[in-house]
Design a protein around this ligand. Structure first.
Ligand code: ZN
Length: 90
């Protein structure tokens, strides 16, 4: 049986093999299967790329937020009273 179109493979004709266990009735069917698998691979790699891109984007945003908070705190004037109290306690 052809892997793609399920046509019966003739024993008298050449069988086009692909991937060791996939037989095809014609070179057309085999090429179509190769293209299909390449497209599937491309789709998975694209999905992985998008996923990793999203991950980077999220962590970048979080880092920016932390950085902004740090800058905010650095610019906030420290309460002097608190510093005096702390000195007395210690
Ligand atoms: Zn076929």
């Amino acid at each position: 049986m052809c892997y793609l179109c399920d046509k019966k493979l003739s024993l008298h004709k050449d069988v086009y093999m692909y991937g060791g266990d996939q037989g095809f009735c014609s070179i057309k069917c085999r090429n179509r299967q190769i293209v299909l698998e390449e497209m599937r691979e491309l789709e998975t790699s694209t999905k992985n790329m998008v996923a990793s891109y999203r991950h980077c984007y999220n962590s970048d945003r979080r880092e920016t937020q932390i950085l902004l908070e740090e800058i905010h705190q650095r610019h906030k004037p420290r309460p002097i009273r608190y510093q005096i109290n702390w000195a007395i306690v210690s």
